[in-house]
Design a protein around this ligand. Structure first.
Ligand SMILES: [Zn+2]
Length: 197
């Protein structure tokens, strides 16, 4: 019983200490505590260092992804990692520093599906303001039927429109983007769509 309580409190303590993605306790410049305040001339709360005065600006994260096709099928990956482990998604992930957005989409496709995608064009941009993310999704295709599960995927497979596992998709943005893809794919003029989730 004592042992169970110890494990429980350890978990509770860890949970309490875990910062959310946009939370900050200490300055990365001088390691002094930061304060949350509106700097002079600004209209947003920022983390401001209590010692060196550095203002730590925070901005949305960009996720680059790709709807990858082989003939009339779409390549999906089943996630091997949290969040949404076990569910299906398009190849997509956070951009790295000093990377371009299309090469980020191609890199994610290589990492998650071990596939060499040819990026064709910009397909859609979705802002997801409640999590401060922006998804930039391209259309691309495979020149060879060559793919496999990367370390972040349990499996990778091609799906025709009537085979898409709609109820087992990992994220709403993927659902919405795939729906839009199948609705518009026969239209000749592909204009990038800008939406909000
Ligand atoms: Zn500082």
């Amino acid at each position: 019983m004592q042992w169970i309580a110890a494990v429980y409190f350890k978990k509770l303590w860890r949970g309490r200490n875990k910062l959310k993605a946009d939370e900050m306790n200490f300055c990365s410049n001088c390691s002094a505590p930061v304060l949350r305040q509106i700097p002079e001339g600004d209209d947003h709360f920022r983390y401001v260092c209590s010692e060196c005065g550095l203002i730590h600006y925070q901005n949305p994260k960009i996720v680059a992804g790709c709807i990858v096709t082989w003939q009339d099928k779409v390549l999906l990956c089943r996630r091997a990692i949290d969040p949404r482990k076990g569910l299906w998604t398009i190849p997509a992930g956070f951009m790295e520093l000093r990377e371009t957005v299309d090469s980020a989409a191609a890199r994610e496709t290589l990492e998650e599906a071990m596939a060499d995608v040819k990026i064709d064009e910009l397909f859609c941009i979705y802002s997801i303001p409640h999590v401060s993310q922006v998804y930039i999704i391209f259309r691309g295709h495979l020149e060879q039927r060559d793919f496999a599960a990367g370390v972040e995927s349990l499996e990778v497979a091609l799906f025709a429109e009537n085979e898409i596992p709609w109820r087992a998709l990992a994220f709403r943005v993927v659902h919405v983007a795939l729906e839009r893809y199948f609705e518009t794919r026969h239209e000749g003029d592909f204009r990038p769509y800008i939406g909000v989730i």
